[in-house]
Structure formats: structure tokens, C-alpha cells
Design a binder for this molecule. Structure first.
Ligand code: CA
Ligand code: CA
Length: 286
């Protein structure tokens, strides 16, 4: 008689929902969950763009289920807004789960995948599962060229160059003070092509101005034609024109500096290089 009472209680306890006997299950999507298309370096995937659905059963009434991301490059949301590293969602009164999880990705690398493990777990009783999310970063590659005249071949100007040269158009040569001007046209290219590339965006430092002239004799140079931006990733190019118009005699030096979104590794932001020109004067013949 005692034995049958024990078994009766045991069976009843199953039907009443004994915690220990419950089989909690959470159905996660295939791992890794891919965030596509690639995201431009310096930006994040849009709010609400990337989500997966989680279903489950066998939980206690209203059980809390937690999910953690341990990398701020991947953050989470239940709604598609207000993203954070950790979330809590709940089983319903029947112990079932049906929850959308949104993921936002902020890449730090160009062209390679970045991956993060998400931990899903419940404490009462404990159960845990993991899945991976994966994203790809994309970005531009900035190249600068110059030349002396329009019939010369373009010659590359490296970021950080400190020695102006005639063939790169960075040495403007001689200009007669008050009479002559010397113009040089430079070409900017975005050499990133393919699926992991992105538009090159020049920084507007003042309204409609992108080319800064800095340094000792900056006021002897001016930008007469501004470049177009953004410069598309399918090999896009733009040009700009710098004028040397000296107001006194002598060697005039300055630096061109262009803010841009060329990312690490090998960021060329700002793209800067030295220029110079020589102001000349005519002396009266005695
Ligand atoms: Ca670069
Ligand atoms: Ca630089």
C-alpha cells in the first residue's frame, strides 16, 4: 500500500510539473547566424535589420531566460531598438518560449569575418546553450595621384609624403608674384573593389570643403575645384585643383590634408602630403 501511494504521488508530481523532471528545450537557428550584407567600417548594421526567432518549451511558468554577448561588436535587442550586451526574456504561463532576438553588428576589420558566441541559459533549473553570430566588415581604400601637366602620366602620392616632387605635381615650381598662377590637378581613387569594399567618403571640414591646406605658407595656396564625395567602390575617382598664387618671393611650403573613412588596418586618414612652390619677382633692368 505504501509503495502504491509513492508511485501515485510520483505520477501526480509529473503532471503537476515537477521542476526536475521537466525537459527544457530551446530551438536556436543554425550556427553561425550570418549578418549580411557586409557593414561599412565606422558604421553599424541598421536597427531591426537582423533577427532570428527562438522557440522553446518545458520551462516553468514565466521562467527567465538570459542571453549574453561578450563583445560590443555584436549587441542584442528584443525589439529592434535599444541594443545591449545582455537580454532577459521569459517563458509564458505554459512554459513555452517564442522570442525574436535582434543582432546589431559594428565591424572593426575589412574583408574578414568576425564571430561571437551567444550564451542562452536559464537558472531554475539550470540549462544552457550557445550559438554563434558572424558579420563581415567592408571599407574603401584611398589612393592619391598627381602630375605636372594634363599630358603627363599620373604619379602616386603616398600618404605622409614630406618631399614635394615635380612629377607628382606636389612641387608647383616657379610663379611670378602678382602675375602668374600655377594650378595642379590631383586624382583620388577608391581602389577597393569586390564584395568587401565600400564607398570612400571624404570629410567635410567646412560646408562643401574637403581639402584642407595647412602649414607655414598655407595662404599662398587655395583649392579652386573641390572633389566629389562619396567615391564609389567600383573603382570610382574624383579630382580637385589646387592653385599656387604667391604674394611674395621665396619658397612657400604647405601641407594638403584630407579627412576620409579609409579604415584600419593601413588607414590613410587624414591623407596628407607636403606641397611647395617658389614665388619669383622680376628685377628692373638698370
Ligand atoms: Ca588604406
Ligand atoms: Ca596620413
Amino acid at each position: 500500500m505504501k509503495r502504491s501511494l509513492f508511485f501515485t504521488c510520483f505520477i501526480i508530481s509529473i503532471f503537476l510539473g515537477n521542476n526536475i523532471l521537466k525537459a527544457q528545450s530551446l530551438n536556436l537557428p543554425g550556427s553561425p547566424f550570418n549578418i549580411l550584407p557586409p557593414v561599412l567600417i565606422g558604421e553599424s548594421s541598421p536597427d531591426g535589420a537582423d533577427l532570428f526567432n527562438v522557440t522553446g518549451s518545458g520551462y516553468n511558468n514565466g521562467s527567465a531566460i538570459f542571453v549574453d554577448s561578450y563583445d560590443t561588436h555584436f549587441i542584442l535587442s528584443l525589439t529592434g531598438g535599444s541594443y545591449q550586451s545582455s537580454l532577459t526574456f521569459y517563458a509564458d504561463a505554459s512554459g513555452n518560449v517564442n522570442q525574436d532576438i535582434y543582432v546589431k553588428f559594428t565591424p572593426t576589420e575589412i574583408g574578414s569575418s568576425e564571430e561571437q558566441t551567444l550564451d542562452f541559459y536559464c537558472w531554475n533549473p539550470y540549462s544552457g546553450q550557445t550559438m554563434k553570430v558572424q558579420g563581415f566588415g567592408k571599407g574603401p581604400e584611398m589612393k592619391m595621384e598627381g602630375r605636372e601637366t594634363g599630358s603627363d602620366p599620373w604619379d602616386e602620392i603616398l600618404d605622409g609624403e614630406t618631399t614635394p616632387t615635380v612629377s607628382e605635381g606636389t612641387d608647383f615650381g616657379d610663379a611670378l608674384v602678382g602675375t602668374a598662377i600655377v594650378d595642379r590637378i590631383y586624382r583620388i581613387s577608391n581602389t577597393a573593389i569586390g564584395g568587401k569594399s565600400g564607398d570612400l567618403v571624404l570629410t567635410e571640414y567646412e560646408t562643401n570643403k574637403y581639402i584642407q591646406i595647412l602649414g607655414t605658407n598655407a595662404n599662398q595656396f587655395s583649392v579652386t575645384v573641390e572633389p566629389s564625395t562619396p567615391i564609389d567602390s567600383a573603382g570610382g575617382t574624383t579630382t580637385y585643383t589646387v592653385r599656387f598664387d604667391p604674394t611674395s618671393a621665396g619658397i612657400k611650403t604647405a601641407e594638403i590634408s584630407i579627412g576620409n573613412n579609409d579604415p584600419e588596418p593601413n588607414s590613410e586618414n587624414p591623407y596628407n602630403f607636403a606641397i611647395k612652390g617658389n614665388g619669383t619677382v622680376l628685377f628692373p633692368v638698370p
